[in-house]
Design a protein around this ligand. Structure first.
Ligand code: C2E
Ligand code: CA
Ligand code: CA
Length: 878
């Protein structure tokens, strides 16, 4: 048994398939005189269009002769025909519809076809019949693929439209052969004609062309055949000037051709539009032949063939080509073709433009050796491109890649190309050609790069952002091997102050300067990222801990240099925490947390310092977090207390007032010092409600005193930064009924270097309701006498540390200077932390007006303070 479906066709079955009108059909085909003619551009162009339009390796214009199919045009195939038995076209010419075979291997009609089972291994076929006239289908326009594929109705319609263009061109053949026949007949009968006018006339009348004669001297029409009369109308008078029927756009061309022909006595042929009797113009191929006798032109014989439908078809073809070109241009696509056999690359005009190659004038493509093409590709991209090409050749598939090509206009900015191609085999199955499209994707690449940069960089400082930091650290830790790495977390000291005082614009400028200084310090050795706000991180791969510490010092120094922001000069500091891999962790999050802990410690330790992570820091942080939690709880439960320390006037030894000092009796820790919990309360913002409570509590207590002494309350800078301080003061005074001038607010100079004008305005408002303002802790840190000019404080409190060193002459000199300014401004000067009689003697000598210290009284409970007041027996100044 033969192992194939019963319905499968054999070549013999196919041979039996012949259209009913086969004889007429063959006659029409032969009449065209087209079989075995040389290839012609218009047919080749249609084939190429079909190949590109439908993206198939093969496209053919096939004409079906008696026992063969012959290809008038072919793309992707070397044979110029096959035996008729195997032609798919046999089926195509049986109907007017497009024949589509999506998978020939699965089709009973073609499964055993040698073109399917053998070369070229057709799997897909779509063919549109070439219909010369009704029922006469001389062949097909077909496209072929070696892989099965789908074909939509719309594509079938496109193929049919393209076949129409082929048919229109075939009709040119039809007309041409008729024309030739007429001309031949007429020439042959040159002499006979003159004698056989009747025969001549009746022959001419039978022709589809217009035929006429023109006398040379007068150039008037002497004779017109039936077609002529039909075209121009019977009323057309003879003797009219020939070009009067010409289209105005053709007149010049036609008359110069005519003049040239007359002077050369040569026949001429041209195409032009002739006006029909109804006013319509139709394209004609006009031939004028001189009829000569003894070397003299006695008459011109004209024939004109109506070729309007051909011109229309040609225009349609041109439109299709234009459309294709337009589509390519709209997509900014260039077409290229690489012939592997001779290593030549053909470029379409757009492709040539992309490669900055001048297209030879009048050419619609150019060829360059493959080596020249390669030389244009960026050397870094060429290996990748070539690998992809080799892969595509090996897989017999498509290839796609992106690469840069030289840009002579701006050499530093090569242009980016994206190229798609398809490998095509020759008849032996060897890769022969690669055809494809190329588009310029430079703009896309540029914006992609911009987007990538924006997405990975902080737009203020242009430093890599947190995401990049994370990825970089991860990569660094992954391939750490034996090489160590350091992570530095950096935080600016007093950044917020600058930001709040000078405005965000200045703050931004400051961050940019810091970023620049960091970049300068690091050079090419690591990665700096801005994690947000005034937080930076620095990754130093391959760095020992000692070197990381040295680097931290360099960075702190660099940032500490004065920064010019417009007309202002500011100085800020930086704190740095260092964690070192591998010993402090090998995971990004852990190492980062440890560097952060170290940073936290550095900040706590004071400005402009760095700390290296140590194991104990985790516990310390935990402890601090617990304290913070307890503090919130204590605040809710009202567990905070105020103690009061007396301030004594040196002149008379009388109590001038008390300073309220906060106390926190912790259930398990015992008494927690405000030096420990106030900074945490400032950080968490708890200092705001806590401070408001202290104000109210202190005022209420003072209002109950038996003496008119003042109450001094410490106010944190954080309370000034948040709204509500003035309201809290007013509220404390109102609920206690305390006279405003008995309340003194102690502020530190850190507040003064902050919000400058805003703070000063606020202080003035507080002062205007009668509240007194004292400058606390004078002599620590940045004390500058210039504050005294900016705001006339009611009191200056000289810090304990100064008093401790008061036997030092420099310290004395400074205190004296402060005192003398205070005297001029009418400001009281209090010496803090006076513990000994010696200190008391010295501060008295320098001119301080008040003293506060353990020598006079420690901070005491309200009851103790009341008892102290009642005693009214403070020690008198010595
Ligand atoms: P301060 O404002 O400079 O307060 C004076 C500190 O010096 C108090 O410490 C006081 O006990 C201590 N002191 C007074 N005389 C002597 C002395 O002769 N020798 C020594 N060694 N120390 C003396 P305290 O009570 O521990 O307060 C520490 C800091 O906590 C205060 O420094 C102040 O800055 C802050 N503070 C206390 N209470 C409050 C408050 O209610 N609000 C705010 N914002 N801060 C407060
Ligand atoms: Ca104080
Ligand atoms: Ca103080």
């Amino acid at each position: 048994m033969v192992d194939r479906p019963i319905l499968e066709f054999t070549p013999r079955d196919i041979a039996l398939l012949r259209p009913a009108n086969e004889t007429e059909r063959l006659a029409a085909l032969r009449d065209l005189n087209i079989l075995d003619t040389a290839p012609e551009t218009q047919f080749d162009a249609i084939c190429r269009t079909a190949q590109v339009l439908f993206d198939t390796p093969i496209a053919l214009v096939s004409l079906l002769d008696e026992d063969r199919q012959w290809f008038k045009a072919r793309c992707g195939l070397n044979d110029d025909g096959t035996s008729r038995d195997v032609a798919f076209c046999n089926h195509t010419i049986l109907a007017d519809e497009v024949l589509v075979v999506e998978d020939a291997g699965e089709d009973a009609r073609f499964g055993m076809n040698p073109l399917v089972t053998g070369e070229p291994r057709i799997r897909f076929y779509a063919g549109a019949p070439l219909i010369l006239r009704s029922g006469i289908r001389v062949g097909s326009l077909c496209i072929i693929d070696t892989k099965p594929r789908r074909f939509s109705t719309e594509q079938a319609n496109q193929l049919r439209d393209l076949a129409e263009v082929v048919t229109a061109n075939l009709r040119v053949y039809q007309d041409r052969s008729e024309h030739r026949r007429v001309a031949a007949t007429l020439e042959d009968t040159d002499d006979a004609l003159r004698d056989a006018n009747t025969r001549y006339a009746s022959l001419a009348d039978a022709l589809p062309q217009m035929v006429w004669t023109v006398s040379p001297e007068k150039r008037v029409t002497a004779y017109r055949n039936a077609s002529f009369r039909t075209y121009y109308g019977e009323t057309e008078r003879s003797g009219g000037r020939t070009h009067s029927r010409n289209h105005p756009g053709d007149v010049e061309r036609m008359s110069s051709a005519w003049e040239a022909a007359v002077s050369s006595k040569q026949a001429f042929e041209l195409e032009g539009r002739l006006r029909r009797h109804d006013g319509d113009y139709r394209w004609h191929r006009i031939v004028m032949i001189p009829l000569q006798r003894s070397g003299e032109v006695i008459e011109w014989l004209g024939t004109a063939l109506d070729i309007d439908h051909i011109i229309a078809a040609q225009n349609a073809l041109k439109a299709t080509g234009d459309l294709l070109r337009l589509a390519q241009e709209a997509a900014e696509a260039g077409i290229w073709e690489w012939d592997m056999r001779d290593d030549v690359v053909r470029l379409s005009p757009m492709s040539a433009r992309m490669h900055n190659l001048p297209l030879p004038v009048g050419r619609d493509a150019m060829e360059i050796p493959l080596a020249d093409w390669k030389a244009q590709v960026h050397p870094d991209d060429l290996p990748g491109v070539w690998d992809e090409v080799k892969r595509a050749i090996a897989d017999r598939s498509t290839y796609s890649c992106e690469f840069r090509i030289a840009n002579p206009a701006v050499p530093a900015e090569p242009r980016w190309m994206q190229s798609f191609g398809r490998m095509l085999d020759d008849e032996t199955g060897e890769p022969a050609r690669c055809v494809g499209l190329q588009i310029d994707i430079t703009d896309r690449k540029v914006s992609e790069a911009r987007i990538a940069h924006v997405a990975s960089h902080d737009n203020l400082t242009d430093l890599p952002n947190r995401a990049v930091f994370h990825a970089t650290l991860e990569k660094c830790l992954a391939d750490i091997g034996n090489a160590p790495a350091a992570l530095l977390c950096l935080d600016l000291d007093r950044f917020k102050t600058v930001n709040d005082t000078l405005g965000h614009h200045a703050g931004d400028g400051l961050l940019r300067v810091v970023a620049d200084r960091l970049r300068e310090s690091i050079g090419n050795d690591g990665v700096i990222a801005r994690l947000g706000g005034d937080e930076f991180a620095i990754i130093l791969p391959g760095t020992r801990l000692e070197d990381a510490q040295a680097f931290a010092r360099t960075v702190i120094d660099a940032i500490g240099q004065p920064i010019h922001l417009g007309s202002q000069v500011v100085t800020i500091g930086a704190s740095v925490g260092i964690a070192h891999a591998p010993e402090h962790g090998l995971e990004v999050d852990l190492l980062h947390r440890h560097a952060d802990l170290a940073l936290y410690r550095a900040k706590a330790a004071g400005r402009n310092s760095f700390q290296v992570y140590t194991k104990g820091m985790d516990e310390a942080l935990e402890d601090r977090n617990k304290l913070e939690f307890d503090m919130h709880l204590a605040h809710r439960k009202g567990e905070f207390r105020l103690n009061y320390q007396p301030i004594v006037g040196l002149a008379d030894g009388q109590i001038r007032g008390f300073e309220a000092l906060m106390r926190w009796p912790h259930p398990t820790r015992g008494m927690v010092s405000p030096a420990e919990f106030i900074p945490i309360a400032e950080e968490t913002g708890l200092v705001v409600p806590l401070g408001a409570w202290a104000l109210e509590e202190a005022c209420r207590f003072a209002a109950s005193w038996p003496i008119q002494a003042r109450i001094a309350v410490n106010v944190s800078a954080v309370q000034f930064q948040r709204p509500g301080l003035e309201a809290a003061v007013a509220n404390a005074l109102a609920v206690s009924g305390l006279a405003a001038d008995r309340l003194e607010l102690e502020i530190t100079e850190s507040l003064m270097i902050q919000d400058g004008d805003a703070v000063i305005a606020c202080l003035h408002r507080l002062r205007s309701i009668g509240v007194r303002i004292a400058l606390d802790d004078f002599g620590t840190g940045y004390s500058s006498l210039s504050y005294l000019r900016r705001f006339p404080f009611d009191k200056i409190k000289i810090d304990r540390s100064f008093v401790r060193e008061i036997d030092d002459l420099d310290a004395q000199a400074i205190v004296r200077a402060v005192v003398s300014i205070g005297e001029r401004l009418g400001t009281a000067i209090t010496a803090e932390g006076v513990e000994t009689e010696d200190q008391l003697a010295l501060v008295t000598q320098t001119g301080c007006t008040e003293v506060q210290g353990f020598l006079f009284g420690k901070p005491m409970t309200p009851e103790q303070a009341l008892a102290f007041m009642r005693e009214q027996s403070p020690r008198k100044a010595a």
